[in-house]
Design a protein around this ligand. Structure first.
Ligand SMILES: Cc1cc2nc3c(=O)[nH]c(=O)nc-3n(C[C@H](O)[C@H](O)[C@H](O)COP(=O)(O)OP(=O)(O)OC[C@H]3O[C@@H](n4cnc5c(N)ncnc54)[C@H](O)[C@@H]3O)c2cc1C
Length: 462
């Protein structure tokens, strides 16, 4: 019998791991790969739903194009012709109830040019920002706490907080500087100015003419099924509706996975296992075989959120200028961001010229009460907040959809790096990957999945 590898979880990390396993030139010729996914579809947080007759992203919708991993995968799958980029329109940030252009050239909200933040910040807030206080930082610290001390609380509240919340749905005064903004952490330790650092990063970005973000025509949520087709074409066994309930050591250094209902459990043995599941299920599966790894993963919290998608009749009205807006938690609004999808993505407007799609996100880490409300309330809240920011109500939607993401985004709390360290190589022949470790963005997840698969290939090589 050949060598057998299981990948548990068919989010983008697990699918990328499986792709690496079947394309890695160092993988054994007799390798067989099985992907086991609990839900009925592949993709995890990449998902399409039909709203007003159109299949549209209700999870992740955009990927960073200035990191190589996602674009490389798209090219390997020969899907390059489907790559699309956002329109060159700017986003906004809400302060004092109105929209301000999102300042250009910031490093996670830290401005490089003080002129770009006047108005959004008051004169005294800009004066405080200009008087950067450089004091040494020894160990990991929360992004917001660090920026508070360096540049004043207003920079954290109005700039850093909404940008970080857009990525983690968390709070900047809890999120790890070391993991979330490593370049800023390095500057902090070396006692360098972060305004100057933001300037250098902005200057380098200005010389890079490649687009910052990308998606796929027909939605980023099409990527998992396309990748799954390519995997099946290479002989991968892909099982959906298959929850892995237990993992135990089997004879000869192999691992046994239990699936199926408790009354009719099925056990299958593999030579190696990639766990591409979120931290909590990974911790449960590792509890018996790598208790220290399991214990550290069990401490990682996740933020839940909901995406409210709104379909309007007719082309985008001029009130939807720009690609959308971010809302700092200091504003008296419930939504934390809005994306004017039909304005942001020209392919969407071209494909559906008679419709306008937009979406709002609700929910930050620790904010449970909002998400306990029924869908109809979340839609009403989104429409109310949108009307408040836009200065007039939107027309009555043709259709709305609420996608809830319980446990959507891991929270990289201060000390995250050392917390996940014991879980990186839990046991010989078991590797882990996914959003819980080195980045929640799609390119980071793809890189994490492929890295875990390479470690499995090395393990199989002996
Ligand atoms: C609403 C939202 C919007 C986002 N927008 C963006 C964006 O625009 N750009 C971006 O770069 N990132 C975005 N992200 C982040 C990014 O989408 C995720 O971090 C990433 O998709 C996570 O991929 P993953 O494979 O690590 O995990 P997941 O997608 O969570 O996949 C894990 C899979 O494991 C399965 N599973 C769990 N337990 C078991 C088990 N016991 N047995 C078998 N299977 C199991 C789950 O069903 C799931 O399919 C967004 C996230 C959310 C929630």
């Amino acid at each position: 019998m050949g060598r057998r590898v299981a990948v548990v979880g068919a989010g983008i990390s697990g699918l990328a791991a499986a792709w690496q396993l079947v394309t890695d030139p160092a993988a054994p010729d007799d390798l067989s790969v099985t992907v086991l996914e609990a839900s009925d579809t592949v993709g995890g947080k990449l998902r399409l739903a039909t709203v007003a007759g159109v299949a549209i992203d209700v999870g992740a919708e955009s990927m960073l194009a200035r990191r190589p991993e996602a674009l490389a995968l798209v090219r390997e799958l020969a899907l390059e012709h489907l790559l699309r980029h956002p329109a060159p329109v700017s986003a906004a940030i809400v302060a004092g109830g109105r929209r301000w252009p999102l300042p250009r050239g910031t490093l996670m909200g830290v401005p490089s040019d003080l002129g770009t933040v006047r108005g959004l910040l008051t004169d005294s807030e800009v004066d405080r920002l200009a008087a950067e206080v450089i004091s040494p930082v020894e160990a990991d610290i929360a992004v917001g706490t660090f920026v508070d001390a360096r540049l004043g609380r207003a920079v954290t509240d109005k700039l850093v907080e909404p940008l970080l919340a857009g990525v983690y749905a968390g709070h900047s005064r809890a999120i790890s500087l070391e993991v979330a903004v490593p370049a800023m952490f390095a500057a902090a330790r070396e006692g360098r100015s972060i305004v100057e650092l933001a300037g250098r990063v902005a200057a380098a970005a200005a010389e890079n003419f490649t687009p910052v973000f990308a998606t796929l025509e027909n939605g980023l949520g099409t990527l998992p099924a396309l990748l799954a087709d390519a995997l099946r074409g290479r002989g991968v066994r892909l099982l959906t509706g298959t929850t892995v309930r237990a993992l135990r050591a089997a004879d000869g250094g192999a691992w046994a996975l239990t699936t199926g209902p408790t009354t009719d459990a099925v056990e299958e043995v593999f030579d190696a296992v990639v766990l591409a599941t979120p931290a909590a299920p990974t911790a449960r599966l590792l509890a018996g075989v790598a208790p220290a790894a399991a214990a550290s993963l069990a401490t990682i919290d996740y933020a839940s959120m909901a995406i409210v998608t709104i379909a309007l009749a007719g082309p985008a009205t001029d009130v939807l200028d720009g690609s959308g807006f971010l809302v700092p938690p200091t504003e008296p609004l419930t939504i934390k961001a809005a994306t004017f999808s039909s304005v942001k993505w020209p392919w969407l407007a071209l494909a559906h010229p008679d419709m306008t799609f937009l979406r709002a996100s609700v929910g930050r880490f620790g904010e449970v009460s909002t998400l306990q409300r029924p869908d109809v309330d979340l839609v009403e809240i989104a429409l109310r907040d949108l009307a408040s920011v836009l200065g007039r109500p939107l027309p009555t939607p043709v259709e709305t959809q609420v996608q809830r993401w319980g446990g959507g985004l891991p929270q990289y709390a201060v000390g995250h790096r050392s917390r996940v360290e014991p879980a990186r190589a839990p046991a010989p022949g078991i590797t882990v990957c996914g959003a819980a470790y080195d980045g929640v963005g799609i390119p980071a997840c793809i890189g994490s999945g492929r890295g875990a698969a390479r470690a499995v290939v090395a393990h199989l090589a002996g």
